[in-house]
Design a protein. Structure first.
Ligand SMILES: O=P(O)(O)OC[C@H]1O[C@H](OP(=O)(O)OP(=O)(O)O)[C@H](O)[C@@H]1O
Ligand SMILES: O=c1cc[nH]c(=O)[nH]1
Length: 227
């Protein structure tokens, strides 16, 4: 996902308003981006609520329990860029709700992408594997947006070089459809029906200065996938 500011500069102008009235900049987060045809899908509070809900679901589905010695060792692995921040936030919520803090890591998938030769060069990101590795762990891959599924496919290949988890699950903040591979997420914050030409931007304060999710019309080339 390109930075919202980069996209905003490509689409500078007014924001569609449901009422047709103008909104003072700042009262409308989409307008604050200064972009055309931007619709806010999740507010900052929605993002917090959604992360909390996914955390509860992970606790339930992985049987994460401080008193259960048979519970699997859960490792949250974020896919950069924003998946890494989301994984850390999920770990915080899981610890708050269950008393168990899952290990957290980050996985650079750049060299595992299947479009390395056709897309512009991207700098490598950091891979960090928590103490204990991923061997026999229940790994939950975490990303902000699920679209074609090619990023997740790359992540599965990258994981294979780190060890053999007991199982791998996938948590995403937004599933916007348009899969090009037979993949699905185990934990979905919000399913958003989209046109292929639209773009979903997840904003996280650690990286973008504020939390939110916005949908932008007509800013993605037909048939293009992000990774
Ligand atoms: O399912 P896919 O079609 O692969 O699309 C989803 C990916 O696209 C975005 O990453 P992007 O490549 O824009 O990089 P970023 O994470 O650095 O923003 C997003 O963060 C997902 O990782
Ligand atoms: O809409 C999209 C598609 C892929 N990746 C994103 O971040 N947004």
């Amino acid at each position: 996902m390109r930075l919202p500011e980069e996209r905003a500069s490509e689409h500078a102008g007014s924001v569609d308003s449901p009422t047709g009235e103008s909104d003072p900049a700042g009262s409308d987060p989409a307008k604050a981006l200064g972009a055309q045809n931007v619709r806010e899908l999740l507010s900052s509070a929605d993002v917090a609520r959604t992360i909390a809900r996914i955390a509860h679901q992970i606790i339930e589905k992985t049987a994460l329990d401080a008193d259960d010695v048979t519970a699997p060792r859960v490792v949250l692995i974020g896919i950069p860029t924003r998946g890494t921040f989301l994984a850390a936030r999920l770990a915080d919520r899981i610890q708050e709700f269950s008393g168990v803090r899952p290990a957290v890591g980050s996985l650079d998938i750049t060299l595992y992408r299947d479009d390395l030769r056709t897309k512009p060069h991207r700098p490598l990101e950091r891979t960090s594997v928590p103490d204990g590795g991923i061997e026999d762990a229940l790994v939950v891959l975490v990303d902000d947006v699920l679209f074609s599924g090619r990023t997740v496919r790359s992540a599965l290949d990258a994981l294979r070089d780190l060890g053999r988890p007991r199982a791998v699950q996938l948590a995403v903040l937004v599933d916007r459809g348009h899969r090009e591979l037979p993949l699905r997420a185990d934990f979905v914050g919000k399913n958003v029906p989209t046109a292929r030409s639209e773009d979903v931007s997840v904003l996280l304060s650690e990286h973008d200065g504020r939390d939110g999710v916005v949908l932008r019309s007509g800013s993605r080339d037909e048939g293009m996938s992000a990774k």
